[in-house]
Design a binder for this molecule. Sequence first.
Ligand code: GDP
Ligand code: ADP
Length: 211
Amino acid sequence: MSASRMLTDDGTLFIVAAPSGAGKSTLVNALLGCEPAISLSVSHTTRPPRSGEEYGRHYYFVERAEFEREIAEGIFLEHAEVHGNLYGTSHTTVAGLLAQGRDVLLEIDWQGARQIRQSKPDCVSVFILPPSRPELERRLRGRGSDSAEVIERRLHNSREEISHAHEFDYIIVNDRFEDALGDLQAIVHAVRQRAALQCRRYENLIAELLG
Ligand SMILES: Nc1nc2c(ncn2[C@@H]2O[C@H](COP(=O)(O)OP(=O)(O)O)[C@@H](O)[C@H]2O)c(=O)[nH]1
Ligand SMILES: Nc1ncnc2c1ncn2[C@@H]1O[C@H](COP(=O)(O)OP(=O)(O)O)[C@@H](O)[C@H]1O
């Protein structure tokens, strides 16, 4: 099919959410390793960096006053307070990538997902569940990135996050990692194939065939 026969399309916006410790970042990083056409949106946050986290790669780490100024300037497509810190997605970064036809993945919480569904109803949202509460706790503690107090808060907040799982298009249980990664890839491939076959993409060809 020649490019001139097809209308160019914006990329797809994927949302991945999960309670802290379910394995969302590990899964998303593995997905990005096998799907180079997906860009991860790097969020802004007031959370302090964890050891090994880099500015601009994991997050844009900013002070609360700066974040609040950015809210007032309207730079965010969505923003929310999660575990006592502010997090937000830059509107221009996402819009620019989608307009280039790239798929964009947002790793955000349920509040942000709700805001995105309002402004981008075509988005595809996935919720990652841990196989059990003891395993969620084991993963949070085993990660070794947070203080005991921060872990307690995240475990407590996981109930609220999980109570919104039904608002998402798809649910993946991250029990065996390779199975969960396969499920995530299957969703991405199915969405892409569906987009490629949409009727409106073939309007030029239909017009040509009708002479
Ligand atoms: N609404 C919103 N939530 C975000 C954003 N970036 C990260 N989050 C969420 O904030 C929560 C905490 O993220 P983080 O501090 O990296 O901890 P982790 O999930 O335990 O690795 C997670 O649910 C993230 O998905 C964002 O830009 N917007
Ligand atoms: N399927 C899995 N089985 C066992 N451990 C896992 C699995 N997926 C992720 N982990 C581990 O669980 C911990 C939390 O994962 P992480 O991706 O940081 O979670 P999140 O981004 O959801 O907070 C990490 O130490 C990670 O290596």
